[in-house]
Design a protein. Structure first.
Length: 280
């Protein structure tokens, strides 16, 4: 079977079963270990039997067993970096890249080239913490997570990408005892407990990283209520949250940081997705 026949057949199967058809190309690239432009050049060539077998098995798992592409390939790209992912961590989302970008811009605004201490609470795969460490050499970053399994992935990504993040296991702020930070970051679980979730997400991603109490704000309350004791005088806190929780996040931030500048930022789709709390 030629490459283009293999790809077209899989693409059609995805479409007929209401799956993202772009997954077919991603999985074929994964199996062949080819760059996209090389695969395109080889489309009219015969594909080796092992490629056909492996590719069809992955397509079957994606279409009929509802396994995410990222779990089949073992990786997801975030801010241009390749992160290992599996069922123990949340797959990094595009919106979170926007959070990282806004953190970097706010750092430039407040600290302008100075060394700062940063903490990422609930790091999962380590995507936020590691990217900040790689993108801004003046950031000394630590990260926490309650899950030892998630931290294994995060530490592997840290080594793989040549970053220098230190990771600590513990519930929420527990590992931060006696530490002070200039930048406090968190993308905690924020789906309300009773909310319907797409089966691809619900069946494959860790629930500890998805659900945030009855209203989705449980973890933000814990952080905002207790963060002050872990912050230096000039600081900012940055959160990603559900698009429909912006006003509640601003109110919550103002409750615990009444004298702070609170910025509600939209993502590229125009949705209220990030809140930054600035203390000068």
């Amino acid at each position: 079977m030629k490459y283009f026949e293999l790809l077209n057949e899989a693409t059609d199967l995805c479409r007929k079963n209401h799956k993202e058809d772009g997954a077919a190309k991603l999985l074929l690239l994964h199996v062949t270990k080819l760059e996209s432009h090389i695969l395109i050049a080889k489309l009219s060539e015969e594909s080796p039997e092992f490629v056909v077998t492996q590719f069809n098995e992955l397509i079957r798992k994606y279409v009929f067993e509802n396994v995410p592409v990222q779990h089949l390939t073992g990786v997801e790209y975030f801010f241009g970096y390749e992160f290992n992912v599996n069922e123990d961590v949340l797959i990094p989302r595009f919106e979170t890249e926007e959070l990282v970008n806004n953190i970097l811009m706010t750092y430039d605004e407040l600290f302008a080239g100075k060394e700062v201490k940063v903490v990422d609470v609930g790091t999962g795969s380590g995507a936020i913490a590691i990217t900040l460490d790689l993108e801004e050499p003046n950031m000394n970053v630590i990260a926490t997570d309650i899950s030892n399994e998630a931290l294994e992935i995060a530490r592997a990504n840290n080594t793989k990408l040549g970053a220098n993040v230190n990771f600590y296991q513990g519930d929420m702020l527990a590992p931060l005892k006696d530490r002070k930070f200039d930048i406090f970051v968190s993308n905690p679980p924020y789906i309300p407990a009773e909310e319907q979730v797409d089966s691809l997400v619900y069946d494959n991603e860790p629930h500890v990283a998805l659900f945030g109490g009855s209203d989705g704000l449980y973890f933000y309350r814990i952080i905002l209520e207790n963060a002050q004791k872990y912050l230096n005088e000039t600081n900012f806190l940055a959160f990603e949250h559900a698009y429909d929780k912006g006003e509640e996040m601003v109110k919550l931030a103002k409750t615990y940081f009444p004298n702070s500048e609170v910025r509600l930022l939209k993502d590229l789709q125009g949705k209220d997705r990030m809140t930054i709390v600035i203390n000068r």
